[in-house]
Design a protein around this ligand. Structure first.
Ligand code: PBG
Length: 332
């Protein structure tokens, strides 16, 4: 490409007025780029604010339909559901994950009954159900067991799919779980249930507020570095994605978001498949803290960070700011 140099070329010509900036914008954020994570709690008529996620609450099942309706009105195509399982139902074997009448299954049905046009994504991992807060079953030394966990995850995914989940999203990072879940879904006739693999999920310090939201922070013994990825590694993410795609993932995800934009861009460039970013709880909390401290302006921070995901190649973004972002986009 031949680029004339200054003064023949003045890059600022393209930035000189709103209309030309609009015309030349390479990327644009749309509400359909957003997936809205929602937390669920037991009870009736409940809203439980989460102190480390200011502005985000857990909702009881009877109030979830309002949220799904809000998503539909805002043009947000899909919600992601996360249960805060009552403490007395958490166990070593996470059996509540397989209860077809558990919180998540009741939530799926409530939303599908009320607002069938909105897609539902559910997390496949055992951390909201285990007494120790890990994503899988553990051995006597507290090590997370791979194949034993995968067998339970397949059942968990099936229970969610049969309840009406449109996308099951394994976030557990066990090896081989995507293939096992795909096979299980096929066998059960759930051929239209999609899999979004948390393919490159890092052992991150940015998940703290989420663990408060699902009630696993205080329970967690040790850390998740034995199964989630090392933040030092980028090339390894490409291997993880290749494996999950070979096993039948329809879409992949990179998580967390902003600190891993390089990984997102490499994954999208290499594979060209639907690739999602998860702007996680700690990222949300940082933006809220910056806004509360007067260090930045919330709306601008939200729109700029979400646009950055699009520029890096994201098909879409899971973000707790989804409803705010959708409103801001509508106002633009
Ligand atoms: C559970 C799960 C986590 C998140 C999504 N699914 C936490 C973890 O792995 O400890 C984090 C999301 C967030 O921080 O917003 N497997």
């Amino acid at each position: 490409m031949v680029t004339p140099s200054f003064p023949a070329m003045r890059m600022r010509r393209g930035r000189s007025a709103p209309w030309i900036r609009d015309m030349l914008a390479e990327h644009r954020l749309h509400p359909s780029d957003l997936i809205w994570p929602l937390f669920i709690c037991e009870g009736q008529g409940q809203e439980e604010p989460i102190s480390t996620l200011p502005g985000v609450s857990r909702w009881s099942v009877d109030r979830l339909a309002e949220k799904a309706r809000e998503a539909r009105e805002l043009g947000i195509p899909c919600v992601a559901l996360f249960p805060n399982t009552p403490a007395n139902l958490r166990s070593e074997d996470a059996r509540e994950a397989l209860n077809p009448d558990n919180l998540i299954c009741r939530a799926i049905k409530a939303i599908k009954d009320a607002v069938p046009e909105v897609g539902i994504l559910t997390d496949v991992a055992l951390d909201p159900y285990t007494a120790h807060g890990h994503d899988g079953l553990t051995d006597a030394n507290g090590r997370v067991l791979n194949d034993e966990t995968t067998a339970v995850l397949v059942q968990q995914a099936l229970v969610q799919a049969v309840s009406g989940a449109d996308i099951v999203a394994p976030s557990d990072m066990m090896d081989g779980r995507v293939g096992a879940i795909r096979q299980g879904l096929e066998k059960a006739g759930c051929i239209d249930t999609a899999i979004m693999a948390y393919a490159a999920k890092y052992a991150s310090a940015f998940y703290g507020p989420f663990r408060d939201a699902v009630g696993s922070r205080g329970l967690l013994k040790g850390d998740k570095r034995g199964y989630q990825m090392d933040p030092a590694n980028g090339a390894e993410a490409l291997r993880e994605v290749a494996l999950d795609l070979a096993e039948g993932a329809d879409m992949v995800m990179v998580k967390p978001g902003l600190p891993y934009l390089d990984v997102l861009a490499r994954v999208k460039d290499r594979f060209g498949v639907p690739t999602f970013a998860y702007q996680v709880s700690g990222e949300y909390a940082m933006i809220e803290a910056a806004a509360a401290a007067g260090a930045g302006e919330r709306d601008a921070l939200v729109l700029e960070t979400l646009l950055a995901f699009k520029r890096a190649g994201a098909t879409g973004v899971l973000t707790y700011h989804a409803p705010l972002a959708a409103r801001l986009i509508a106002e633009q």
